[in-house]
Design a protein around this ligand. Structure first.
Ligand SMILES: [Zn+2]
Length: 467
């Protein structure tokens, strides 16, 4: 079933309705009209402005118009912080207002947020789960079309309806987005310190990440977004290339879906946190062809060569600038970036020297676009060590630590897997894949999160191919 219908000025994606439409996963957008657009003739049937007269008898003594509360914007701002559990921020902000001593409203708000803060509890860091996704399937019919990539998509990808259902269920259960940076901080000597995540009773912090958000060439035409873009208002959306070559803009992948969800439910995010994007560099980032190979034309893979041949106007510097603009907007909206290695290297089987050569490319060609990062999310989940804590005897760890990486993430299907020693040199966290493979073969491993039968997209071919 084709889930995309596109017409002039009207975009419909996810006509299959369900939760996708409800959550804006692929939502109806009306472009470019906003306000009232009357088909011709309709105006004449309405009441003309010139026909509206003031009432014949004026009201004797009009009530004085209530002046808007001058403190309302202050209360709103404090309310925004408190909604995301930043009670300290809200209290500090309110008490810092010059009107604080004289305003009953501000004092009432201070009491309210102090009470809310007082019931918060510290959540155990060792029990914080971390879930991850790949690029979401936007058009099931194209991803599951029987071509040679179908099996891989079915194993490791999640569809937009599935993702929307997962978000809704997690939110209903009280889950709240946090960052590994809320779990531990790092001092100037590279030493880690445990932090306190304070939440009201019943709230459950979790970390969200998405891997490989490059929109790799091999995915072209398979029903995925093509890149992320920034709108005039600073929102990040996806572009999707329709069959006829026209470009649609909407919530066609995880980032804009989560942004929209948090806008609707601010209490799904702790202090404005969203998630982590684990990024390689060899095909560029976020759908922009920013790797140096696209500039030099050296060491090009076949599909990179095809891309350059079919885009004779390609402007490398403009591409890098545009990608950086998207990354900056994302960071403002609460997103963070991690290295996923430049070349999607297996860190378990690569030597320390190979990992160093790879990381030098990440630093040279990815960091200038996304910014420096202190997090590494291992490709294939292949860690640089076993379950024992890392030590400086491990040359791979010693190298990454020396380059400013303090947060390390592998893949682990346990409910939670965290190493967070006070005074140590790292935070390690296992991540759980919520994809077709895991849902099909191990639904019992996801029971704490959701019931797979409430999430599963029936468009998936079964059985999901074994690994
Ligand atoms: Zn990956």
């Amino acid at each position: 079933m084709n889930k995309r219908i596109c017409g002039r000025g009207l975009l419909l994606c996810g006509i299959a309705l369900g939760m996708a439409l409800q959550l804006g996963g692929c939502k109806v957008e009306v472009l470019p009209f906003h306000d009232k657009v009357f088909p011709s003739g309709e105006q004449s049937s309405g009441v003309r402005a010139s026909e509206i007269r003031p009432p014949a008898t004026p009201t004797p003594t009009p009530e004085p118009t209530p002046t808007p509360l001058p403190v309302q914007p202050v209360l709103d701002e404090a309310g925004r912080m408190a909604a995301q559990y930043d009670y300290d921020g809200a209290l500090q902000y309110l008490k810092g207002q010059t009107e604080y001593q004289d305003s009953q409203e501000i004092q009432t708000a201070v009491t309210k947020y102090q009470n809310m803060k007082d019931v918060c509890q510290e959540y155990p860091l060792e029990q914080i789960t971390h879930i991850f996704f790949h690029t979401l399937v936007c058009d099931n019919a194209k991803a599951f079309d029987g071509d040679s990539d179908e099996g891989g998509y079915n194993q490791v990808m999640t569809t937009i309806p599935e993702f929307n259902r997962i978000l809704n269920i997690l939110y209903q259960k009280g889950y709240v987005l946090v960052s590994p940076h809320d779990m531990m901080s790092v001092d100037g000597n590279g030493v880690m310190h445990r932090e306190k995540i304070m939440l009201p009773p019943g709230k459950i912090p979790f970390v969200l990440s998405q891997d490989d958000v490059s929109y790799y060439h091999y995915m072209d035409g398979d029903g995925f977004a093509s890149r992320l873009v920034v709108t005039d208002t600073g929102e990040v959306k996806c572009e999707y290339i329709e069959d006829d070559g026209t470009v649609s803009v909407g919530n066609y992948d995880l980032v804009p879906i989560v942004d929209e969800f948090v806008k609707l439910h601010p209490d799904f995010s702790y202090h404005g946190r969203k998630g982590i994007l684990a990024m390689t560099g060899y095909n560029g980032v976020l759908g922009y062809r920013t790797d140096i190979a696209y500039k030099t034309g050296e060491n090009l893979q076949e599909n990179q060569r095809e891309f350059l041949d079919s885009h004779p106007d390609f402007d490398f510097d403009a591409e890098v600038a545009q990608a950086a603009r998207v990354a900056d907007a994302m960071k403002k909206n609460g997103w963070e970036f991690a290295s996923h290695t430049w070349g999607h290297r297996n860190a378990a089987t690569s030597s320390a020297e190979e990992l160093q050569a790879d990381n030098e490319k990440w630093e040279a060609y990815v960091a200038p676009v996304l910014g420096k990062t202190d997090m590494i999310v291992f490709a294939f989940g292949a860690d640089i060590g076993g379950w024992e804590p890392y030590s400086m005897d491990n040359p791979k760890f010693a190298y990454f630590k020396s380059r400013g990486y303090h947060y390390y993430m592998n893949v682990d299907s346990s409910q939670y897997w965290v190493q967070a020693q006070e005074g140590g040199l790292f935070l390690r966290q296992g991540r759980r894949n919520l994809d077709g493979y895991r849902m099909y073969y191990n639904p019992e491993l996801l029971e704490d999160l959701f019931d797979v039968s409430e999430v599963w997209d029936s468009d998936r071919p079964t059985p999901v191919p074994p690994m």
